[in-house]
Design a protein around this ligand. Structure first.
Ligand SMILES: *[C@@H]1O[C@H](CO)[C@@H](O)[C@H](O)[C@H]1NC(C)=O
Length: 395
């Protein structure tokens, strides 16, 4: 009886949280209007290494045009103030406002999932919680999850001084409540902006080294990805967590963008070399326990760089570690989530061979997960599997 009461209370709490966040989202829609169209890569003319024989061919069409419902950290309008960035660069330690100190107590997780999120994106966090990011045992592996957040910039406040007086304090209260219910929120005291994602990166690496050092593997990704956890776990099963591993969608020889108008503009004074070190696209990558420790230490030695994936590449370079390309990680350039682009339908048969697909809405994530997890397996929209031969991990 009491249990049922508690359950009911939990349910109404969730409902309440969802409703209030939804309302907030709605009211802030026009004011905040965070930039949606993250162009895929910070570099021009990127080249992808071709990792071995391709086992399947993805359809080559334009990325899906989802309605602008992808809240990403807002970018400051107008040119990026590098002078200011460089002056503030030495401040790279911010307080942890909401912690999950017991996340990895007890049996050590086989996989810790860390998802970059922003406060307003409650809906996608819910989708991730209920689908690929669910905690517990998956194919025998113990999975734990955290979301990584900074302090939301107030909608409609004047840019410039970041501590705008109208920063809504209720965000903090809502996140605290969410943390109480789900136990998966990590909130740091820096502004949650696009150019502060590097801070998120280093704070997470430090947090995981301190609070979850025994997790065998760590997956870090965006909230708008779909991860085929079964495939990921299969990929990791033969790996040794005490050996170095960082695998994902590896981008090599990306050239810094020198056009001032670009969001990814990097002046030569900030980065003089003609190409960035190899890095894994930030949509999602996986690393071993050994690499986590070394990476956290290496990044502490690297000067902050405003593009987080490239920054991580710089840390890897310092370790002389080459990220491992894997063709099933599609952090961008995945086309329609369907093998029949003109139909605009989901084809789970396409997804079942991948580890990660980028650029999905909350409902896409939910739908794809449920299509893939039907009791008798996915119903394929086309009679032939995408791959002519059964997909196998080439490692
Ligand atoms: C990063 O966060 C800090 C602390 O909140 C803030 O002062 C700074 O302006 C932010 N930097 C960028 C580039 O948004």
């Amino acid at each position: 009886m009491r249990k049922r009461l508690r359950l009911r209370r939990d349910a109404s709490m969730t409902l309440l949280l969802g409703a209030s966040l939804g309302l907030l989202l709605y009211t802030q829609r026009d004011g905040a209007a965070p930039t949606t169209s993250l162009s895929p890569a910070p570099g021009l003319a990127t080249q992808r290494p071709t990792p071995g024989p391709r086992k399947f061919q993805a359809p080559d069409v334009a990325p899906p045009a989802y309605e602008g419902d992808t809240p990403v950290p807002p970018t400051p309008p107008g040119p990026f103030d590098f002078g200011r960035y460089l002056r503030a660069k030495d401040q790279r330690r911010f307080a942890l406002l909401i912690n999950q100190p017991h996340k990895c107590r007890g049996p050590q997780p086989d996989l810790l999932i860390a998802v970059k999120s922003v406060a307003a994106d409650f809906e996608r966090r819910q989708a991730v919680r209920q689908t690929w990011g669910a905690e517990g045992r998956v194919q025998g592996a113990l999975v734990r999850r955290v979301f990584l957040l900074g302090v939301p910039r107030a909608a409609g406040t004047d840019r410039g001084d970041s501590e705008g007086p109208s920063t809504p304090t209720h965000w903090r209260a809502l996140l605290r409540a969410e943390s109480l219910v789900y136990g998966d929120i990590l909130l740091w005291a820096f502004d949650d902006t696009f150019f502060n994602l590097t801070l998120k990166e280093i704070h997470f690496l430090n947090w995981a080294s301190a609070f979850c050092p025994e997790a065998r593997f760590i997956f870090k990704g965006d909230a708008d990805v779909f991860v085929h956890l079964g495939n990921l776990l299969e990929f990791l099963a033969p790996r040794d967590p005490t050996q170095d591993l960082l695998a994902g969608d590896v981008i090599v020889q990306a050239r810094p963008i020198r056009a001032r108008a670009s969001k990814y503009y990097i002046p030569e004074a900030v980065y003089g070399l003609p190409a960035y070190p190899a890095y894994a696209g930030g949509g999602g990558f996986v690393l071993s326990r050994a690499t986590l420790r070394r990476l956290a230490a290496a990044c502490a030695q690297v000067e902050l760089f405003p593009i987080d994936d490239v920054f991580l590449g710089m840390c890897l370079q310092r370790l002389r570690l080459t990220p491992e390309p894997h063709s099933a990680f599609r952090t961008f350039g995945i086309s329609q989530p369907s093998a029949a682009p003109h139909l605009r339908t989901f084809d789970p048969c396409f997804y079942r061979e991948l580890v990660l697909v980028h650029g999905l809405s909350a409902s896409d994530i939910w739908l794809m997960w449920h299509l893939l997890h039907r009791p008798h397996g996915p119903v394929c929209a086309h009679p032939q599997p995408v791959a002519a031969v059964p997909f196998q991990w080439s490692s």
